[in-house]
Design a protein around this ligand. Structure first.
Ligand code: SAM
Length: 289
């Protein structure tokens, strides 16, 4: 009967309002919005005021937001495979908790055979390329972390140039990407700044080319388990020989490594950021339009 009902709904005239069929789950980009009936309060579950307000504009907006939220939290894999409109993309973005990217030049492993925790030098290509990837995938800010003042000066000089009139005119897209880059002296300062911006501390998600045995390990299909808490999310990347144990131990979640069908997976950090952002936040429609 469910199967028949599902099919017959598409026959014109079977459902009173054709519009109802249009926002059925899995018809467009979003699943259907929640429906309510009497009584107004059932075992502590209250019908939202907007439903009973008689304000059709507000109700339509609320339903769209609810549909987007349900889809993001429970059907993200399916959502990213559909072709969303710009308007739908905006609704989706509003439902995904704010994401930040952090590139560590501190608390990373350095050295050859005998590795130890240390610091690394900044590279302009990482500042540029990761800023562009971050902007593409809706990252709120990209933090470059270095405790070394001479290294901070290099990053400051680069960032300042792209905020000048000459920089903006020379390449407006690059300016647009780089204006969200922030400099920080240590990871704790980043966490503090995000907490101040968002009113709640972020969840830390670390990345590594090495497969760990951590119980908090997650895959690129586990967005909903991270997003359900509605906390801001920090994606942490290393330089040198990778993030040190002191950072890995702080992680709320550890993403499994990016791998292909080969025995090598040591990516440059800018490639790892681009791939991971795409796997975590990217759209991947099945149809061309
Ligand atoms: N000097 C190198 C460079 O040019 O980028 C730095 C390598 S550093 C160890 C690379 C960082 O990129 C890692 O700490 C990790 O954050 C990320 N990364 C590299 N390969 C990865 C992989 N296969 N899976 C997940 N993250 C990876």
């Amino acid at each position: 009967m469910m199967f028949l009902e599902g099919l017959l709904r598409f026959v014109p005239g079977v459902v009173g309002k054709a519009e109802s069929v249009l926002h059925d789950s899995f018809t467009g980009s979003f699943v259907d919005h929640p429906e309510f009936t009497e009584p107004v309060n059932w075992k502590g579950h209250q019908v939202p005021d907007v439903i009973r307000s008689g304000n059709h504009g507000a109700l339509k907006e609320w339903r769209q937001q609810q549909a987007a939220r349900r889809t993001v939290l429970s059907h993200f894999r399916w959502l990213r495979e559909s072709n969303s409109t710009q308007e739908e993309k905006k609704l989706v973005q509003a439902c995904i908790p704010p994401h930040y990217v952090v590139l560590m030049h501190d608390q990373v492993m350095v050295g050859g055979a005998e590795k130890k925790e240390g610091t690394t030098s900044v590279t302009s290509i990482d500042v540029h390329d990761i800023a562009r990837s971050s902007r593409t995938y809706g990252i709120k800010n990209y933090f470059v972390v270095t405790p070394l003042t001479d290294q901070q000066k290099i990053v400051e000089k680069l960032l300042n140039f792209w905020q000048t009139d000459i920089g903006i005119e020379y390449n407006p897209e690059r300016h647009e990407a780089l204006k969200r880059v922030r400099l920080a002296s240590c990871l704790d300062d980043v966490i503090e700044q995000i907490k101040k911006n968002e009113g709640t501390p972020p969840l830390l998600v670390t990345t590594s080319a090495k497969r760990g045995k951590e119980e908090n390990s997650i895959t690129y299909h586990d967005q909903s388990c991270v997003w359900k808490s509605e906390s801001p999310v920090v994606l942490l990347f290393g330089t040198g020989r990778g993030l040190s144990d002191s950072v890995m131990q702080k992680a709320d979640y550890v993403l499994i490594p990016v791998e292909g069908f080969s025995d090598f997976n040591h990516l440059s950090v800018r490639s790892a950021v681009a791939i991971i952002l795409d796997r975590w936040l990217g759209t991947n429609p099945k149809n061309r339009n």
